[in-house]
Design a protein around this ligand. Structure first.
Ligand code: GAL
Length: 633
């Protein structure tokens, strides 16, 4: 497939006479896609029912005439001010029960029925008008579900919807009481209308209550999105995407993705490094202008799974952003490297955010491809270079990896609800596993937790999955390759209790986790063969083969045939050693890549990415600082 570039554009921000020149420059730069419209509701409907779509008709026409294809966003992330007069109770409420008010964006509650109906109305108008427009070629629903912590809401609308959701799920309050163990602390309810939201309790709420609320909140996002996709599909043949984010686990992206054609995500590597990555100060310093060498790739692989093979970058960082604690300038070359890394992982398109830096409002310090005075900013030239290179490159197709790594959103909720050790983060556990695999030069597929066919994978990993699905357990039984589960795998029932028989309850593996302990950051348990367990470890009683033990003689790694259970959270050295051995046995070729150098194979090429600020020589090839290298396989 031919890979393409694009950009995010806000015609409503600029005088109309400028549009044609902007469009001509975009086309000359080699861009294919322009995303528009996702925040434009106040201009499409300035007062209730007064529709002004003519300007958008003209904007789409101008872009289309220049040869560009439009991704049309639905504007539901930014309801206009008048919407609050119609629906004063539509706002989400924070944990303290305060409404999250107007004046920025995402000021709505996913569960509010009146607001959902307003969204259906505007989406219907857009879909009817543009559903077959010759210049529109894709849709985006809303914008970044979950951004600004908006999935969990403690509003009256959420409470009403939660009670309905519980009634459907449990059918009777007795069943709910039993499932949650509400006899504990006399928490029993006589009816669903007695159940509150799990905020403002004296001490922690029942974790089963919190988990039910997390599942409910995720379902509200799925339903909210589905309202839009069902309408768009009635009027338009074009594919529908949503733009997801980095390290956001507040809703089940696989469930939302099931209603979409394309998964896309918004990649801000320097913002993420500064804002959300858990890493040492040295690591953050080393990659301050490049971003973490694995963070983007992890999400590329994750969203390829969410999109069932089809995925894009909808927003790519072009220069300093405005929202992280610190906002450095990327090294020259990074805007190109990030795009190529996405293509190597199978992205169909990479769109830079945004065309021109806005001199006004919240994001005035956020770089674009153009400066506010329309002069080209540094990423402009790099985008042009990528466009030229794409034109010369043969079509790229994604290769199937031989290593599969499970990612499960519900497990992120589980271990947030009951971390048991302050720094136990599911995302971090999976990400560190991913990093360890990538440092060995491996291609990785991320798998959904209900993946029922593992036959393509020589090695499958599923750390920390709180409740393994029946489908996955069956697939595991049939799997001919090696697998590595644990720690903390299959440790809860679907209603968040400890299962009896005790975990991990894996087919064919006689093992019981008899004791778990969490470890403070400065305490680790040695593995005599190299590396340590940190954060977490388990005491396993087993008659299965003990492959190795900890220095204090607890089984550390056990196995039955190809199925392995790891009884702790490995540090970097431990991971490298144990994964290397598993790969060797599985017939996977590994090599320890130099720090900051990563690679990914497409179906036809091997790509190497140098995240370092200095050149690296590897197998006789010099890869420049912040550079990309590719060779036919
Ligand atoms: C994204 C968002 C964009 C813009 C951008 C700035 O999270 O979708 O609208 O705010 O960040 O980096």
């Amino acid at each position: 497939m031919k890979r393409t570039l694009g950009v995010c554009y806000y015609p409503e921000h600029w005088p109309e006479p400028q549009w044609a020149e902007d469009a001509a420059r975009m086309a000359a730069l080699g861009l294919t896609w322009v995303r528009v419209g996702e925040f434009a509701w106040s201009r499409l409907e300035p007062t209730p029912g007064k529709l002004e779509f003519d300007w958008l008709d003209r904007a789409i026409e101008t872009l289309g005439r220049a040869g560009l294809k439009v991704v049309l966003g639905t504007p539901t992330a930014t309801p206009p001010r008048w919407m609050l007069d119609r629906h004063p109770d539509m706002l989400a409420h924070d944990r303290e029960g305060r409404p999250r008010g107007f004046g920025s964006r995402r000021h709505y509650d996913f569960a509010h029925e009146g607001y959902r109906a307003e969204c259906a109305r505007i989406v219907q108008l857009l879909a009817r008008r543009y559903g077959k427009n010759a210049h529109v070629a894709a849709w985006q629903t809303d914008n970044e579900y979950a951004c600004h912590g908006t999935v969990l809401s403690y509003s009256p609308a959420a409470l009403k919807a939660f009670r309905n959701w519980l009634a459907q799920r449990y059918q009777s309050p007795e069943a709910l009481n039993r499932a949650w163990g509400n006899v504990f602390w006399s928490m029993e309810y006589a009816g669903f209308d007695d159940v509150g939201l799990p905020n403002l309790t004296v001490t922690e709420a029942n974790p089963a209550h919190v988990m039910a609320f997390r599942h409910f909140a995720s379902d509200m996002v799925v339903e909210f999105n589905r309202v839009q996709t069902e309408i768009i599909r009635r009027h338009s043949p074009y594919p529908i995407a949503h733009n997801y984010m980095g390290q956001i686990t507040d809703f089940d992206h696989f469930a939302v993705g099931a209603d979409l054609d394309i998964a896309s995500w918004d990649a801000y590597p320097l913002g993420f490094l500064s804002d959300r990555l858990s890493a040492s100060p040295e690591h953050k310093r080393r990659f301050v202008r490049q971003g973490d060498p694995d963070f983007q790739a992890f999400h590329h692989d994750l969203y390829r799974a969410v999109g069932r093979g089809r995925w894009w970058i909808m927003e790519q960082q072009p220069g300093p952003v405005n929202w992280a604690p610190w906002n450095p300038d990327p090294l020259p070359g990074m805007a190109r490297l990030w795009a190529w890394e996405a293509f190597a992982h199978g992205a169909e398109a990479v769109c830079y955010f945004r065309w021109r830096q806005a001199p006004f409002a919240q994001e005035q310090m956020h770089a674009g491809l153009l400066r506010p005075d329309s002069v080209a900013a540094p990423a402009y030239g790099e985008a042009a270079q990528v466009a030229r290179e794409l034109a010369m490159m043969p079509d790229q197709n994604t290769t199937r990896a031989e290593v599969g790594l499970v990612f499960d959103y519900a497990s992120a909720w589980a271990w947030e609800t009951q971390p048991q050790g302050r720094d136990f983060s599911y995302f971090r556990l999976v990400f560190e596993t991913y990093r360890a695999l990538r440092r060995l030069g491996l291609n990785i597929d991320i798998l959904p937790p209900d993946c029922a066919d593992l036959s393509a994978y020589k090695l499958v990993l599923a750390p920390g999955v709180a409740t393994l699905s029946d489908g996955f357990l069956t697939a595991l039984t049939r799997h001919k390759g090696l697998s590595l589960l644990g720690p903390r795998t299959n440790a809860k029932t679907a209603d968040f209790a400890i299962p009896v028989p005790l975990p991990p309850n894996l087919p064919g593996l006689a093992a019981t986790v008899a004791r778990v302990e969490s470890l403070p950051p400065d305490v680790a348990v040695d593995l005599p063969l190299g590396g340590t367990f940190c954060h977490w470890r388990e005491k396993v009683e087993t008659t299965a083969k003990v492959v190795e033990t900890t220095a204090d003689s607890w089984p550390a790694l056990i196995r039955a045939d190809g199925l392995h259970y790891l009884a702790g959270w490995l540090d970097e050295a431990g991971f490298a050693r144990i994964l290397d051995a598993l790969c060797l046995e599985a017939g996977l070729e590994t090599e320890h890549l130099p720090e900051g150098l990563r690679r990914r194979d497409s179906a036809t090429h091997r790509f190497q990415f140098n995240y370092n600020s200095f050149a690296v020589e590897w197998h006789g090839r010099e890869i420049p600082a912040a550079g990309v290298d590719w060779q036919p396989l």
